[in-house]
Design a protein around this ligand. Structure first.
Ligand code: PEP
Length: 253
Protein backbone atom coordinates (compact mmCIF):
# COMPACT_ATOMS: atom_id res chain seq x y z
CA UNK A 1 0.00 0.00 0.00
CA UNK A 2 1.28 3.45 -0.84
CA UNK A 3 2.42 5.74 1.95
CA UNK A 4 1.96 9.37 2.75
CA UNK A 5 5.20 11.26 2.29
CA UNK A 6 5.88 14.74 3.61
CA UNK A 7 9.08 15.99 2.01
CA UNK A 8 10.74 19.32 2.80
CA UNK A 9 12.80 20.98 0.12
CA UNK A 10 15.11 23.43 1.88
CA UNK A 11 16.37 24.79 -1.47
CA UNK A 12 19.34 27.20 -1.18
CA UNK A 13 18.50 28.11 2.41
CA UNK A 14 20.13 27.49 5.78
CA UNK A 15 23.84 27.61 6.56
CA UNK A 16 25.37 24.85 8.65
CA UNK A 17 24.20 26.24 11.99
CA UNK A 18 20.69 26.92 10.76
CA UNK A 19 20.53 23.46 9.20
CA UNK A 20 21.61 21.80 12.43
CA UNK A 21 19.13 23.80 14.47
CA UNK A 22 16.27 23.00 12.07
CA UNK A 23 16.95 19.27 11.90
CA UNK A 24 17.34 19.05 15.68
CA UNK A 25 13.98 20.73 16.18
CA UNK A 26 12.34 18.59 13.55
CA UNK A 27 13.76 15.33 14.91
CA UNK A 28 12.45 16.22 18.36
CA UNK A 29 9.00 16.91 16.91
CA UNK A 30 8.95 13.74 14.79
CA UNK A 31 10.15 11.59 17.71
CA UNK A 32 7.00 12.51 19.58
CA UNK A 33 4.71 11.24 16.78
CA UNK A 34 3.53 7.77 15.82
CA UNK A 35 4.14 7.52 12.10
CA UNK A 36 2.38 4.39 10.96
CA UNK A 37 1.88 5.20 7.29
CA UNK A 38 3.84 8.42 6.81
CA UNK A 39 7.41 9.01 5.67
CA UNK A 40 9.18 12.27 6.50
CA UNK A 41 11.96 13.46 4.22
CA UNK A 42 14.11 16.61 4.21
CA UNK A 43 16.37 17.82 1.42
CA UNK A 44 19.09 20.22 2.61
CA UNK A 45 21.77 21.71 0.37
CA UNK A 46 24.62 19.41 -0.66
CA UNK A 47 27.14 20.88 1.79
CA UNK A 48 24.89 20.23 4.74
CA UNK A 49 23.74 16.72 3.82
CA UNK A 50 26.27 14.83 5.93
CA UNK A 51 25.67 16.88 9.06
CA UNK A 52 21.91 16.78 8.74
CA UNK A 53 21.99 13.05 8.11
CA UNK A 54 24.13 12.48 11.17
CA UNK A 55 21.68 14.40 13.35
CA UNK A 56 18.68 12.58 11.86
CA UNK A 57 20.15 9.09 11.91
CA UNK A 58 18.32 7.72 14.94
CA UNK A 59 14.99 9.21 13.91
CA UNK A 60 12.33 8.55 11.29
CA UNK A 61 13.45 11.61 9.33
CA UNK A 62 15.00 10.61 6.01
CA UNK A 63 17.42 12.83 4.12
CA UNK A 64 17.40 13.40 0.36
CA UNK A 65 19.41 15.44 -2.15
CA UNK A 66 17.85 18.22 -4.20
CA UNK A 67 19.54 17.29 -7.46
CA UNK A 68 22.38 15.26 -9.01
CA UNK A 69 24.26 14.99 -12.31
CA UNK A 70 23.42 12.31 -14.84
CA UNK A 71 27.00 11.18 -15.51
CA UNK A 72 28.89 8.63 -13.44
CA UNK A 73 31.90 10.90 -12.83
CA UNK A 74 34.30 13.14 -14.69
CA UNK A 75 34.99 16.69 -15.76
CA UNK A 76 31.75 18.35 -14.67
CA UNK A 77 32.94 21.15 -12.43
CA UNK A 78 30.56 21.94 -9.61
CA UNK A 79 28.41 18.86 -10.05
CA UNK A 80 27.55 15.93 -7.76
CA UNK A 81 27.12 12.31 -8.89
CA UNK A 82 24.68 9.63 -7.79
CA UNK A 83 27.58 7.57 -6.44
CA UNK A 84 28.65 10.48 -4.25
CA UNK A 85 25.17 10.62 -2.80
CA UNK A 86 24.98 6.90 -2.10
CA UNK A 87 28.50 6.94 -0.67
CA UNK A 88 27.25 9.13 2.19
CA UNK A 89 24.28 6.83 2.72
CA UNK A 90 21.61 8.82 0.91
CA UNK A 91 18.64 6.91 -0.44
CA UNK A 92 16.59 9.54 -2.29
CA UNK A 93 17.01 12.44 -4.68
CA UNK A 94 14.59 15.09 -5.93
CA UNK A 95 14.72 15.48 -9.72
CA UNK A 96 12.87 17.78 -12.09
CA UNK A 97 11.97 20.55 -9.68
CA UNK A 98 10.49 23.46 -11.64
CA UNK A 99 13.32 25.73 -10.46
CA UNK A 100 15.83 23.32 -12.02
CA UNK A 101 13.75 23.20 -15.19
CA UNK A 102 13.35 26.99 -15.36
CA UNK A 103 16.67 28.39 -14.12
CA UNK A 104 19.04 25.60 -15.11
CA UNK A 105 17.46 24.55 -18.40
CA UNK A 106 16.68 20.99 -17.35
CA UNK A 107 14.65 19.38 -20.12
CA UNK A 108 12.51 16.25 -20.07
CA UNK A 109 15.24 14.44 -22.02
CA UNK A 110 17.94 15.41 -19.51
CA UNK A 111 15.69 14.44 -16.64
CA UNK A 112 15.03 11.04 -18.21
CA UNK A 113 18.81 10.49 -18.16
CA UNK A 114 19.09 11.65 -14.55
CA UNK A 115 16.25 9.35 -13.52
CA UNK A 116 17.95 6.39 -15.18
CA UNK A 117 21.25 7.14 -13.46
CA UNK A 118 19.62 7.62 -10.07
CA UNK A 119 17.73 4.34 -10.26
CA UNK A 120 20.81 2.48 -11.51
CA UNK A 121 22.44 3.61 -8.27
CA UNK A 122 19.47 2.47 -6.17
CA UNK A 123 18.37 5.99 -5.37
CA UNK A 124 14.68 6.61 -4.98
CA UNK A 125 13.57 9.47 -7.24
CA UNK A 126 11.09 12.12 -6.17
CA UNK A 127 10.15 13.24 -9.68
CA UNK A 128 8.63 16.73 -9.96
CA UNK A 129 6.58 18.21 -12.76
CA UNK A 130 3.77 20.71 -13.18
CA UNK A 131 2.32 23.30 -15.51
CA UNK A 132 2.95 27.05 -15.59
CA UNK A 133 0.10 29.54 -15.24
CA UNK A 134 -0.34 30.06 -18.99
CA UNK A 135 -0.82 26.31 -19.46
CA UNK A 136 -3.58 26.29 -16.88
CA UNK A 137 -5.23 29.42 -18.26
CA UNK A 138 -5.24 27.92 -21.74
CA UNK A 139 -6.51 24.61 -20.31
CA UNK A 140 -3.42 22.79 -21.48
CA UNK A 141 -2.38 21.65 -18.00
CA UNK A 142 -3.32 17.98 -18.40
CA UNK A 143 -1.52 17.82 -21.74
CA UNK A 144 1.63 19.47 -20.36
CA UNK A 145 1.78 17.23 -17.29
CA UNK A 146 1.18 14.11 -19.39
CA UNK A 147 4.05 15.02 -21.65
CA UNK A 148 6.44 15.77 -18.74
CA UNK A 149 5.63 12.39 -17.22
CA UNK A 150 5.78 10.40 -20.44
CA UNK A 151 9.05 11.98 -21.55
CA UNK A 152 10.67 11.97 -18.12
CA UNK A 153 9.85 8.56 -16.65
CA UNK A 154 7.81 6.34 -18.93
CA UNK A 155 10.99 4.82 -20.35
CA UNK A 156 11.28 2.87 -17.08
CA UNK A 157 10.34 -0.77 -16.58
CA UNK A 158 7.46 -1.45 -14.22
CA UNK A 159 9.91 -2.94 -11.71
CA UNK A 160 11.64 0.44 -11.33
CA UNK A 161 8.48 2.07 -10.02
CA UNK A 162 8.96 0.89 -6.46
CA UNK A 163 11.66 3.58 -6.37
CA UNK A 164 9.57 6.37 -7.88
CA UNK A 165 7.61 9.04 -6.04
CA UNK A 166 5.71 11.58 -8.13
CA UNK A 167 5.34 15.22 -7.11
CA UNK A 168 2.80 17.35 -8.93
CA UNK A 169 3.77 20.98 -8.42
CA UNK A 170 1.84 23.56 -10.42
CA UNK A 171 4.48 26.23 -10.97
CA UNK A 172 1.96 29.03 -10.37
CA UNK A 173 1.47 27.75 -6.82
CA UNK A 174 5.14 27.42 -5.81
CA UNK A 175 6.26 30.07 -3.34
CA UNK A 176 3.39 32.32 -4.37
CA UNK A 177 0.99 31.71 -1.50
CA UNK A 178 -1.52 30.58 -4.11
CA UNK A 179 -2.50 26.93 -3.74
CA UNK A 180 -4.32 24.66 -6.12
CA UNK A 181 -7.71 23.95 -4.59
CA UNK A 182 -8.05 20.48 -3.11
CA UNK A 183 -10.35 19.66 -6.06
CA UNK A 184 -7.82 20.91 -8.63
CA UNK A 185 -5.13 18.82 -6.94
CA UNK A 186 -7.36 15.74 -6.81
CA UNK A 187 -8.38 16.10 -10.48
CA UNK A 188 -4.77 16.26 -11.57
CA UNK A 189 -3.60 13.47 -9.25
CA UNK A 190 -6.38 11.16 -10.46
CA UNK A 191 -5.39 11.97 -14.03
CA UNK A 192 -1.73 11.18 -13.25
CA UNK A 193 -2.61 7.89 -11.56
CA UNK A 194 -4.73 7.06 -14.61
CA UNK A 195 -1.76 7.66 -16.92
CA UNK A 196 0.44 5.38 -14.80
CA UNK A 197 -2.29 2.73 -14.79
CA UNK A 198 -2.63 2.88 -18.57
CA UNK A 199 1.10 2.42 -19.01
CA UNK A 200 2.00 0.05 -16.16
CA UNK A 201 -1.23 -1.46 -14.82
CA UNK A 202 -3.21 -1.16 -11.65
CA UNK A 203 -0.63 -2.38 -9.12
CA UNK A 204 2.02 0.17 -10.06
CA UNK A 205 -0.58 2.94 -10.21
CA UNK A 206 -2.08 2.11 -6.83
CA UNK A 207 1.29 1.81 -5.12
CA UNK A 208 2.95 5.00 -6.31
CA UNK A 209 2.76 7.96 -3.93
CA UNK A 210 1.75 11.18 -5.68
CA UNK A 211 2.66 14.30 -3.68
CA UNK A 212 1.21 17.76 -4.13
CA UNK A 213 3.51 20.78 -3.92
CA UNK A 214 2.71 24.47 -4.01
CA UNK A 215 2.23 26.71 -0.97
CA UNK A 216 1.19 23.87 1.36
CA UNK A 217 0.88 25.27 4.89
CA UNK A 218 -0.46 23.96 8.21
CA UNK A 219 -3.76 25.72 7.44
CA UNK A 220 -4.45 23.96 4.12
CA UNK A 221 -2.55 20.66 4.38
CA UNK A 222 -5.32 18.57 5.92
CA UNK A 223 -7.88 19.42 3.27
CA UNK A 224 -5.47 18.80 0.39
CA UNK A 225 -4.12 15.53 1.85
CA UNK A 226 -7.65 14.27 2.51
CA UNK A 227 -8.19 13.84 -1.22
CA UNK A 228 -8.03 10.23 -2.42
CA UNK A 229 -5.14 10.54 -4.81
CA UNK A 230 -3.05 13.03 -2.83
CA UNK A 231 -0.46 11.11 -0.84
CA UNK A 232 1.29 13.94 0.97
CA UNK A 233 3.27 16.96 -0.08
CA UNK A 234 6.53 18.43 -1.26
CA UNK A 235 6.95 21.49 0.89
CA UNK A 236 9.16 24.52 0.26
CA UNK A 237 8.69 27.60 2.46
CA UNK A 238 6.87 25.88 5.31
CA UNK A 239 9.62 23.24 5.56
CA UNK A 240 12.00 25.90 6.86
CA UNK A 241 10.05 26.17 10.08
CA UNK A 242 10.03 23.04 12.24
CA UNK A 243 6.67 23.68 13.87
CA UNK A 244 4.94 24.41 10.54
CA UNK A 245 6.50 21.34 8.94
CA UNK A 246 5.55 19.27 11.97
CA UNK A 247 1.94 20.48 11.70
CA UNK A 248 1.92 19.51 8.00
CA UNK A 249 3.15 16.02 8.94
CA UNK A 250 0.28 15.84 11.46
CA UNK A 251 -2.16 16.45 8.62
CA UNK A 252 -1.33 12.94 7.33
CA UNK A 253 -1.86 11.20 10.67
C1 PEP B 1 8.56 23.68 -3.76
O1 PEP B 1 9.43 24.46 -4.06
O2 PEP B 1 8.67 22.48 -4.05
C2 PEP B 1 7.38 24.20 -3.08
C3 PEP B 1 6.29 23.48 -3.09
O3 PEP B 1 7.51 25.43 -2.47
P1 PEP B 1 6.42 26.19 -1.57
O4 PEP B 1 5.87 25.18 -0.61
O5 PEP B 1 7.16 27.28 -0.90
O6 PEP B 1 5.36 26.66 -2.52
Amino acid sequence: MRKYIVAGNWKMNNDINESKALINELVAAVNSKTLTNTRVVVAPTFVNLVNVQELAKDSAVEVAAQNMHQAKSGAFTGEISAEMLTSIGLKSVILGHSERREYFGETDALLAEKVTTALANNLEVIFCFGEVLEDRKSENHFKVVASQIKNGIFHLDASAWSNIVLAYEPVWAIGTGETASPEQAQDMHAFIRGLVKEQYGNDVAENVSILYGGSVKPANAKEIFSKNDVDGGLIGGAALNASDFSAIIDATL
